[in-house]
Ligand binder design. Structure first.
Ligand SMILES: Cc1cc2nc3c(=O)[nH]c(=O)nc-3n(C[C@H](O)[C@H](O)[C@H](O)COP(=O)(O)OP(=O)(O)OC[C@H]3O[C@@H](n4cnc5c(N)ncnc54)[C@H](O)[C@@H]3O)c2cc1C
Length: 275
């Protein structure tokens, strides 16, 4: 299958890219690592008038670790972040989740911001961003703004990004003293999208668990600490409240059972590795 015809624009500057988005709006689609967009074009599930290639934009290929955050630019490949020195020290949750994304070959091409923009409910990076209460930096001809991860994802493959906006970078808060982090997922095969993925953060006072692959977006909830008497009931309530669905891969009931079981294990692992 070949894509429907489109105009290809390789932007050489951020200004040029923002001009194209301002002029074309929803008729333009951003091309980053192409790992999702190119198959969608080939299957004609995406038929933009303009494909705007951002991978040559200067200055967006940086990973900056400062002021309590890991800031990842729009053209940073997933593999580059995975290989970032001391990533496990700076943010163990990111280091644990990255190897679960697809395969080394897809991570060599796919970008971190592209995964966030794509907003697949089973994707690891949007889940980690929500679990860590990270932020998304958006830019358009109208200016720049920051969006909280928890409000950014609005449904399956949908976000509150405006058509004339580009994700310039995303920020993952770094690990804080006294907190433990853990990530677990169940999929049919390694490299497949998660049937259920769990990201946990536990410190001395509270625990939080984010769930991917169950509802139409990653969902975060604060829970009692592992070891407390009311955790099981709270996890049961969380699993029941999630808008789970049946599909080819698993039933809603199976997903909820995994939230209870895998969720507990992930919280216990995070509690056990509190620094
Ligand atoms: C075989 C295979 C297995 C995979 N398995 C997994 C998996 O297990 N987990 C997982 O999370 N992902 C998986 N993926 C998807 C992969 O992670 C993609 O890289 C990711 O979904 C999209 O990133 P990209 O850079 O390739 O974006 P593209 O494919 O170029 O774009 C994806 C979407 O995001 C938009 N976009 C991209 N960059 C920006 C930006 N800066 N601002 C605004 N919009 C933007 C595009 O317009 C498009 O709509 C898999 C892909 C393949 C091919």
């Amino acid at each position: 299958m070949k894509p429907a015809a489109f105009d290809y624009v390789r932007a050489e500057s951020l200004d040029e890219a923002l001009d194209v988005l301002a002029a074309e709006g929803a008729d333009a689609t951003i091309l980053a690592g192409g790992q999702t967009l190119v198959p969608m074009l080939n299957m004609r599930m995406a038929r933009p008038r303009v494909v705007l290639d951002i991978m040559r934009l200067p200055g967006l290929d940086r990973i900056d670790i400062a002021e309590g955050a890991i800031r990842v630019g729009a053209t940073v490949r997933q593999r580059a972040l995975e290989r970032q020195a001391d990533l496990g020290k700076h943010q163990p949750l990111l280091a644990a989740a990255l190897p679960w994304i697809g395969h080394a070959q897809t991570r060599n091409r796919g970008t971190v911001c592209g995964s966030v923009a794509n907003a697949d409910p089973s994707a690891e990076l949007p889940l980690v961003l929500v679990a860590l209460r990270g932020e998304i930096e958006l830019r358009s001809r109208r200016g720049a703004r920051r969006a909280a991860a928890n409000a950014f994802f609005t449904g399956i493959m949908s976000t509150e990004r405006k058509d004339d906006e580009l994700i310039e970078a995303v920020s993952f808060p770094t690990a804080h003293a006294g907190a433990g982090y853990a990530f677990r997922e169940i999929g049919r095969r390694h490299g497949d999208f998660a049937i259920v993925a769990c990201a946990a953060v536990v410190d001395t006072h509270k625990a939080r668990l984010a769930i991917g692959g169950v509802a139409d977006r990653p969902i975060l909830r604060e829970l009692p600490l592992p070891g407390s008497a009311d955790l099981t009931d709270a996890l049961d309530a969380f699993a029941a409240d999630l808008d789970a669905r049946d599909d080819l891969h698993a039933t809603a009931a199976y997903r909820r059972a995994l939230v209870r079981r895998l969720g507990l294990q992930t919280l216990q692992e995070a509690a056990a590795c509190r620094a």
